[in-house]
Design a protein around this ligand. Structure first.
Ligand code: NAP
Ligand code: ZN
Ligand code: ZN
Length: 357
């Protein structure tokens, strides 16, 4: 246990059936390499909801009480004696990672997101009370400086920058890894928090972008976000018009669905990268669809710290932020229900000042 702690207000759930409610948590006093951050805004990711309701129990059971939130932006309020990169007053962000082993093969390659000992911003083991990490639905967080990210966007954009820390990097990483850019046709499936960022980023990288949605109402909205075309995936005629034409599809859908309908749209040697993490598995895809065109299905997990820095710089340069609806802390439960219905354009962000009430 760290010797000294201080209190911070937060929102937490105490079981998979209980609503999110106001609480008080303990944060450690910053040690010599720590940065203490006053959290100003925190995005609501669908992963928060999966975790609060213990929907990934077979893979990663939830530790209660859970304080979710890994799309954190705020201001540095104190730094440890050996912190060189940050000073009090700096605008910073924290994403999904607050620690890793820092000496394995993955960490040496700058891929902390694939470290077997990665510590996520919430629900991962820590010596701090209560024994697992507590995330950004709170007034403060204390993080080792290696996992703190500098924000270069203008300060007034801060609420809309928060979702870049997960939704942004989780789509940026596969787009870069599979080389989205000029001359490439890229599909983005599911126009929610991740998907709307995927459209903006793929468009800014110079790719031809096609958005796939189950919601007719998002067809025009997807074009406003930067898609060259939008397809309602329930319409098989619209789907087959794109057969064998994609270099890359990034699939962000948060529910099990038929993958074959999208695999058939890939060119030879092309990949569908799955980033959506549904509570139960997708129906198994038909192997023939993969064999005949040497197609791949892959997964991708958020992004590394160096890549998150690169993504934040890319977004600041291109004027990219998230489209958000700012909410008060007491609206979190309602926001979860609306997110489940797809009723958000495109990310809820908590005004953390409202946690004080
Ligand atoms: P979100 O805002 O709820 O968006 C998900 C979108 O998926 C919805 O807007 C909807 O788009 C589509 N969708 C939802 N339910 C559907 C259904 N039953 N059938 C078809 N489409 C459906 O969620 P998010 O925050 O973007 O997160 C998406 C998923 O990615 C979650 O599972 C989350 O846990 C996961 N995630 C993974 C990583 C990673 O590292 N791999 C990181 C962050 C999040 P349309 O209305 O356009 O169809
Ligand atoms: Zn997330
Ligand atoms: Zn490691």
């Amino acid at each position: 246990m760290h010797p000294t702690t201080y209190d911070a207000k937060a929102y937490s759930a105490v079981s998979d059936k209980s609503p999110m409610a106001s609480t008080t948590i303990a944060r450690r006093d910053p040690s010599e390499r720590d940065v203490q951050i006053e959290i100003l805004f925190c995005g609501i990711c669908h992963s928060d909801l999966h975790s609060v309701r213990n929907e990934w129990s077979e893979f990663m059971a939830t530790n209660y009480p859970i304080v979710p939130g890994h799309e954190i932006v705020g201001r540095v309020s104190a730094v440890g004696a050996k912190v060189s990169g940050f000073a009090r007053g700096d605008l910073v962000g924290v994403g999904c990672i607050v620690d890793s082993c820092r000496h394995c093969f993955e960490c040496d390659e700058g891929l902390e997101n694939y470290c077997d000992h990665m510590i996520g911003t919430y629900n991962f083991p820590t010596p701090d009370a209560p024994g697992h990490t507590l995330g950004g639905y709170s007034q403060q967080i204390v993080v080792h400086e290696h996992y703190v990210l500098r924000i270069k966007h203008p300060e007034e954009q801060l609420p809309a920058v928060a979702p870049l820390l997960c939704a942004g990097i989780t789509t940026y990483s596969p787009l870069r890894h599979w080389k989205a850019g000029p001359g490439k046709k890229v599909g983005i499936v599911g126009i929610g928090g991740l998907g709307h960022m995927g459209i903006k980023l793929a468009h800014a990288m110079g790719a031809q972008v096609v958005a796939f949605t189950t919601s007719e109402s998002k067809r025009e909205a997807a074009k406003m976000l930067g898609a060259d075309e939008a397809v309602v995936s329930r319409n098989s005629h619209e789907m087959t018009a794109h057969a064998k034409s994609f270099d890359l599809i990034v699939n962000t859908v948060a529910a099990p669905h038929d993958l074959d309908a999208f695999i058939a749209l890939l060119k030879r040697d092309a990949t569908m990268a799955l980033v959506g993490a549904p509570a139960s598995p997708h129906p198994s895809p038909n192997v023939m669809n993969l064999i005949f065109k040497r197609r791949s299905i892959a997964g991708s997990m958020i992004g590394s710290i160096p890549e998150t820095r690169e993504m934040l710089d890319f977004c600041a340069e291109h004027g990219i932020v998230s489209d958000i609806e700012l909410i008060r802390a007491e609206q979190i439960n309602e926001a979860y229900e609306r997110m489940l219905k797809g009723d958000v354009k495109y990310r809820f962000v908590i005004d953390n000042a409202t946690l004080a009430n």
